[in-house]
Design a protein around this ligand. Structure first.
Ligand SMILES: Nc1ncnc2c1ncn2[C@@H]1O[C@H](COP(=O)(O)OP(=O)(O)O)[C@@H](O)[C@H]1O
Ligand SMILES: CC(=O)OP(=O)(O)O
Ligand SMILES: [Mg+2]
Length: 402
């Protein structure tokens, strides 16, 4: 069975085509700058040459049509017809309290995803566009939805409720949901396997640090707390997102600057974080470059980012009453060895001892970056959200076929 996994962003669409017989990736790729004047499609077939195509792709339906054309192309393709795609799995960031697990797409599910637009304004609208685009290009092919929030539905009330009037929860379901669940779930399981101990007896802190960034405290394989909240804005400082701020800042700035609710949302989601502090970029690579050159604003952005990440790890060590394993993952977590070094060298009070040489090794495999004597094992585990989506889709589709 071949499964196409789609992770749609507001102006991008990532895809991977899996052959589930051996979970091999037949091809993967990315469409960037959808809706802008020149869109870029990068298609990477596993056993063939990569291709890049620049054209005008105004919306997601066209993006998917182009992806399907690449997958079936005579030269760069990996299948001979669209009929060889047996199911499509979509990443959906916000599933609210409705979706506790992955599901098949139906009319009701689409209505729920739309209802949750307000709570994940950067992500859910794009996910729905991806679903509609796949439906119109591949009618009759089963589609599934896999939620970032589902893994965190195990959090206890004391972790997910905010200390605000309870009517806001009963009326609007205002609470912590948490995100990047497929990643936290995947890397915690991979970490237990790597250290050779049952997941059930481990306390793990997983740090998913990419464009969006979140930490999760996992006890016995279960999420007990996570740093993102009702929306993916809370918690750590991110590329363009503020993370935690005093909530009183919002009405204050709205009043002083005469901002609408949409404008303040955009300020905190798109124009804050490392981008705002550095004035240069939201990309950790450029921030580190600036830091190494001693550029003051980039240095401040890096130091703030590191400091806030370290404080959250400390908080989760307290939530768990100690940690056996700390895992770094996603674009920044897997690659930014300098950030890991600074964070870990300031967490020695937890009994963490960094292996400086191991920390510098670049690899696509799970690896240990703490010394043999370290009380806490620190690992770098490459995440694979797409594989989790493909596996869940396979399981669901087998269920309807069997
Ligand atoms: N070599 C590297 N060093 C430091 N940071 C990196 C490196 N490679 C990628 N990154 C960071 O990873 C981020 C993207 O992470 P990723 O997990 O792919 O995010 P997303 O899935 O949210 O798009 C980039 O913004 C960049 O800052
Ligand atoms: C939920 C979230 O922040 O996702 P991403 O990191 O892909 O932006
Ligand atoms: Mg990501």
């Amino acid at each position: 069975m071949n499964i196409l996994v789609i992770n749609a962003g507001s102006s991008s669409l990532k895809y991977q085509l899996y052959n589930m017989t051996d979970e091999s990736v037949l091809a993967k790729g990315l469409v960037e700058r959808i809706g802008m004047d020149s869109s870029i499609l990068t298609h990477k077939p596993t056993d063939k040459q990569e291709v890049t195509e620049v054209s005008e792709i105004l919306e997601h339906t066209t993006a998917i049509r182009k992806v399907l054309a690449c997958l079936t192309d005579k030269v760069h393709g990996v299948i001979s017809s669209i009929d060889e795609i047996n199911a499509v799995g979509h990443r959906v960031v916000h599933g609210g309290e409705i979706f506790k697990e992955s599901a098949l797409v139906n009319q009701e599910a689409k209505t729920e995803i739309r209802r949750l637009f307000d709570l994940a304004p950067l992500h859910n609208p794009a996910a729905l566009l991806g679903i509609l685009a796949a439906e119109s290009n591949m009618p009759g092919v089963p589609q599934t939805i896999i939620f970032d929030t589902a893994f965190h539905q195990t959090m206890p009330e004391k972790a997910y409720l905010y200390a605000i009037p309870r009517v806001l929860y009963s009326k609007y379901k205002i609470r912590r949901y948490g995100f990047h669940g497929t990643s936290h779930d995947y890397v915690s399981k991979a970490a237990a396997e790597f250290v050779g101990r049952p997941l059930e007896e481990l306390k793990i802190i997983t740090c998913h640090i990419g464009n969006g960034a979140s930490l999760t405290a996992i006890e016995g394989g279960i999420s007990i707390d996570t740093s993102m909240g009702m929306t993916p804005l809370e918690g750590l400082m991110m590329g363009t997102r503020s993370g935690d701020i005093d909530p009183a800042i919002v009405p204050y700035v709205m009043n002083k600057e005469e901002l609408t609710h949409g404008e303040v949302n955009s300020m905190l989601n798109k124009h804050s974080g490392m981008l705002a502090i550095s004035g240069i970029s939201s990309d950790m690579r450029e921030i580190i470059e600036g830091y190494e050159k001693g550029e003051p604003n980039a240095s401040l952005a890096f130091e703030m980012y590191e400091y806030r990440l370290r404080k959250y790890i400390g908080a989760y060590a307290a939530a768990l009453n100690g940690a056996d394993v700390i895992v770094f993952t996603a674009g920044v977590g897997e690659n930014a060895s300098l950030l890991r070094e600074k964070v870990l060298n300031n967490l020695t009070y937890l009994g963490i001892e960094l292996d400086a040489e191991a920390n510098k090794i670049r690899s696509g495999d799970p690896r240990r970056i703490s010394t043999a004597d370290s009380k806490v094992q620190v690992l770098v585990v490459p995440t694979n959200e797409e594989l989790v989506i493909a596996r869940d889709t396979y399981r669901i589709v087998q269920g309807i076929n069997g």
